[in-house]
Write a protein that binds this ligand. Sequence first.
Ligand code: GRF
Length: 214
Amino acid sequence: MKVGVLASGSGTNLQALIHAASRGELGPARIVVVGANVPGCGALERAAQAGIPTFVRSHKDFATREDFDRALLDELRRHGVGLVVLAGFMRILTPTLLDVFPHRVVNIHPALLPAFPGVHAQKQAFDYGVRFSGCTVHFVDAGTDTGPIIAHAVVPVLDGDDEEALRLRILAEEHRLYPAVIRAIAEGRVSVNGRRVHVRGTPAELRDSRMRSL
Ligand code: GRF
């Protein structure tokens, strides 16, 4: 399965996927292209380092979200992408792109959805005073972080934490959870029934964790 990754930032999740692929841990998933809307962002550098083709389309160059999505779509199609992986991609996608990839666009969010959607999720959770937070991998729909949930990983909020400590604890889980989900999708082990998502054959080391749903 050909994967296209879209990113806007430093790209540590992309890096985790690249590492997983190099260790044979992404199953049949292969990252064939990385696209970004921010020229020079870290994700583009990481892709180039790994020898993965890249493209840049700045949303600022397009009059509407739909025009921007059509430009992304052209590139993804050109590379034969079958699964679109958002890894810190800070734009809302429209049905112009989403309808072409039904249940084939995924995102990772640094909070336990449906709590704390949108930007600065770790700060939202920290300021709220939750004792547990984590990350969510979900299918993308036209809302903001509202699509069907595939997997969660939970982390505690410890006494003495600040927002940065929580962000890093969540990020470490993101780097474990995202490759496992991409592999499961690529291996055809993920099915969707309305809002409920079922993942078959979760690897034992992940299944044993009571704090991780995958
Ligand atoms: C991560 O926290 C992810 O959950 C969110 O954006 C951030 C991307 O970080 N969607 P990175 O660019 O992968 O380091």
